[in-house]
Design a binder for this molecule. Sequence first.
Ligand code: MN
Ligand code: ZN
Length: 496
Amino acid sequence: MVDRLKIEFKPLAIPASGDVAFLVFDDLALPAVAPAALGEAVARAAGIESFNGKALGAMTMLAPAGSGLDRIVLVGLGPKADAAKIDWPSVGGVIAGKMSGSRPLAVVMATASATVTPEQTALIALGARLRSYAFDRYKTRKGGDDKESAKGKGELALHVVDTLKTRKAVKVKDAIADGVCLARDLVNEPPNVLGPEEFAKHAEALSKLGVDVEVLGEKQLKKIGMRALLGVGQGSHRESKVAIMRWNGGASGAQPVAFIGKGVVFDTGGISIKPAGGMEDMKGDMAGAACVVGLMHALAARKAKANVIGAIGLVENMPDGKAQRPGDIVTSLSGQTIEIINTDAEGRLVLADVLWYVQDRFKPVFMINLATLTGAILVALGKENAGLFSNNDELSERLFEAGKATGETVWRMPMSAAYDKIIDSKFADVKNSAGRDAGSITAAHFLKRFVNDTPWAHLDIAGTAMGSPQTEINKGWASGWGVRLLDELVARHYEA
Ligand code: MN
Ligand code: ZN
């Protein structure tokens, strides 16, 4: 990860020269540190441009002669009465988006009525970093027609009241930003570069932050009995892997929380092969695993006071003479037999074994799995919410609230015995596909059959993890969805 944006902290003052940004409510009043003449020029320009300070609006103007400055950027915070609802990360995103080329931009962290707190400043810095992310390492000719990758590059100087407290708050958010950017990088990487082995190396790299990492290869997975997972990868020349990451930041011996990710590094569909259109996007079928690695990075880097397990199943789903067939029956680690109806319903086979393994070995407080599991979740929820499926109301409620706080929102979907019945198989205990109707729900019920009484939630992120809506803090293809949500969940409820 190369940081395109450098963020510095300086005392609260207006610099003598260069580009300066101000945060303004809808009264357009500048902070007290600004000279009156500047306020008058801004009011006049805003009138001409019809800029009204609405939330996340912005206006750029040439600085008035004699001010010594070059450009002035106004970033709207909306009505003062709604100050509690300000989306600070998005404010940071707007600021980074208003940087001009690689010109440095100074931002005054105060409004006319108050200073921006260290925590709010940290959220602005987080948003600015996420906004400036670009995946352009394979572009040999940068800039030019690629406008997005030219944004948010350079130096942002945040002028704050308390540099020491702000630096401390920013350090925590930097850990989270790094985690999100790591997840984005993994999802964006091309599938020839990132196979199961290469992916596992990224998990192993977390050992630098104090995470214990174990990587299991096919020989060990066979011995353990993860035959459902191995069946998915058997058509690929690349060896399937499972990586187990452990962050022990909590009380020694305290029960861990566990996050499990689907890591299908490329999903052709296998013998039930997908149509060619858009198949390149299936390099992102490991976004669940990418989120878990990004999350483990964030938690370890900010030294979260919790014991956390991250477990990811890494396989490639290819058609081949050795590939799994529709009609095959495999015996999962749980002992339950699975009839393969459609080899493209492979993510649930990977997760079935990893869920069972984590539950059995670590006895976690809860298990949350993330997976780009079904296209059907896009039909139901679009790209605005991830689908939430759970056997536990408290865990669901906590995920819902953490979603509202971070903007990574989830919507709970129904589960019941009537849906579960649909996946009963004629020849085995369960079948891996039951057709189009309620496709996301029957997929969730499949996973549930590999979870006992452990509180569990499944997040179907097929809509939110890639090709997601462009926001003030995400202009790329991979969003890194889930890192901020799950970090918030841990911070709110599971840290000592
Ligand atoms: Mn598939
Ligand atoms: Zn898949």
